[in-house]
Design a protein around this ligand. Structure first.
Ligand code: AVJ
Ligand code: FE
Length: 448
């Protein structure tokens, strides 16, 4: 036999790739078909691209990586490549570019996708590193889902009547109010990062052993109720809780509460996707920057966990002595384990998803809110940029802080215990909250 063997495994992989691409496109369509053309081309915030830019950028990346790099095809519209290169034009200037109008952007995305599904039926999934295990197809599906989260952030910043609705998460389990405040993660090295996860991105690689001293970690993310105590205690007026850079930013930006919060009489209300309602006390706090998370932790006598601590809590199985894909094991997330994929437009109450708990008892490490860590975004020992430098390599350095765990807006395909996100410490529009830690020095856990 000289032709490529069609194994059942190969068929299953092609089906999985097609499902992930189709799932991503349904979400993209949902986020762009729910508003009119004026809302698609408008810049809702200087921090964000117009939605129509994300739409054509998604298609352009898919064309570059799948039709051109894998399929060897000629460009469909070579003249538009520079418009959708994220490094040629910062977000703030994208509205001034001669972008494809909404109907043309949709047609471009549709044309690319039709050709990609044809290619997928025939392309080899071995023979080069790019296609092995379907990596580059998985990378493109993750890329579209990452931009879907970006577009959801644009929706959050958009003014006007609500256009998105999803069911709210259910109530938390009965034990949510009696959970210990913190859980112990015992002393010892663990395997951080991965060398075997087929669709892991370059910054998650390679697997390496990291020593981690014992520490206590919050069982659940910090809630709105706990965050409000800091506000009411004058936390925003006390320089001692803030780093010098954090205090300077707090002053200069006039921070007094999380983004999208406002006082209404004696109570806090917040606006989410066009709906204003009282701040729900049991929900993990969202839309705080790294400086606010860090200040809250110091006020509470604690600190943010390092990235290695976070990953050990989320992946290390002390019974088997190895790192797993998720807090609950290696199997893909079920809806009762994690709030992912924009099933809800909000985090679930703290203490939800007991079936998704880590061995330590920590809950909601995956899903609900991105969690700020203490760590700068740096390459792991042995890191090699792949398949393009602009994904991670050009961002490494102390100006970015790492976020872990994914939010309600993150798709399962772009979420795992090794996944690393990063942003500037001043950013608040992202779906980020935090939990805190402290060194373990032999005494008992602090009770709730
Ligand atoms: C990993 C979320 C920081 O949106 O800037 C999308 C993902 N990279 N297109 C970003 C990404 C290229 C990236 N983050
Ligand atoms: Fe992108």
């Amino acid at each position: 036999m000289t032709t490529r063997a069609e194994t059942p495994h190969d068929d299953a992989l092609r089906d999985q790739i097609a499902t992930e691409l189709i799932t991503a496109r349904e979400r993209t369509s949902g986020l762009t078909d729910c508003v009119g053309d004026a809302d698609l081309v408008r810049q809702h915030s200087p921090l964000m691209s117009p939605l129509v830019w994300d739409l054509a950028h998604i298609a352009n990346q898919e064309e570059l990586w799948l039709l051109r790099a894998v399929g060897g095809r000629e460009p469909l519209h070579p003249e538009i490549d520079p418009l959708y290169d994220a490094f040629e034009h910062p977000r703030s200037e994208r509205p001034t570019l001669p972008l494809l109008p909404p109907d043309e952007a949709r047609r471009y995305a549709h044309d690319v996708r039709g050709r990609v599904l044809d290619l997928l039926a025939a392309a080899p999934l071995e023979g080069s590193r790019l296609v092995t295990s379907g990596f580059v197809f998985g990378m493109v599906a993750q890329h579209e889902q990452q931009h879907d989260e970006t577009m959801l952030i644009t929706h959050q910043l958009r003014q006007g009547a609500p256009v998105l609705t999803t069911p709210r998460p259910g109530p938390p389990p009965p034990d949510a109010l009696s959970l210990p405040r913190e859980v112990l993660v015992p002393d010892g090295p663990f395997t951080m990062g991965t060398s075997g996860e087929p669709w892991a991105l370059d910054n998650e690689r390679p697997a390496h052993t990291v020593p981690v001293a014992p520490f206590w970690l919050d069982t659940v993310p910090v809630t709105n109720a706990a965050y409000t105590e800091f506000i009411e205690d004058g936390g925003y007026r006390e320089p001692r809780w803030w780093t010098p850079a954090g205090w300077e930013h707090r002053q200069q930006a006039g921070l007094t509460a999380p983004l999208f919060w406002r006082r209404d009489g004696g109570a806090w209300v917040r606006t989410r996707f066009g709906v204003t309602e009282p701040v729900p006390p049991a929900e993990p706090v969202l839309h705080v920057c790294w400086y606010e998370a860090d200040a809250w932790a110091r006020w509470a006598g604690r600190r943010l966990p390092t990235e290695a601590e976070w990953e050990k809590a989320a992946r290390h199985d002390p019974a088997a002595g190895r790192s797993r894909r998720y807090p609950w094991g290696d199997a893909a997330p079920r809806p009762d384990q994690a709030n992912l994929g924009q099933r809800h437009l909000q985090p679930a109450p703290a203490g939800s998803y007991p079936a998704g708990a880590a061995p330590s008892g920590a809950r909601q490490l995956i899903g609900d809110v991105w969690e700020w860590t203490a760590s700068d975004f740096l390459p792991y020992p042995g890191f090699a940029p792949w398949p393009y430098r602009e994904y991670s390599d050009v961002f490494f350095g102390p100006e970015y802080k790492v976020l872990r765990g994914g939010s309600f807006a993150v798709s399962p395909v772009a979420c795992r215990g090794t996944f690393r996100n990063w942003d500037y410490p001043v950013r608040r529009q992202i779906f980020a909250g935090f939990r805190t830690a402290r060194d373990a020095d032999g005494e008992q856990a602090v009770r709730a």
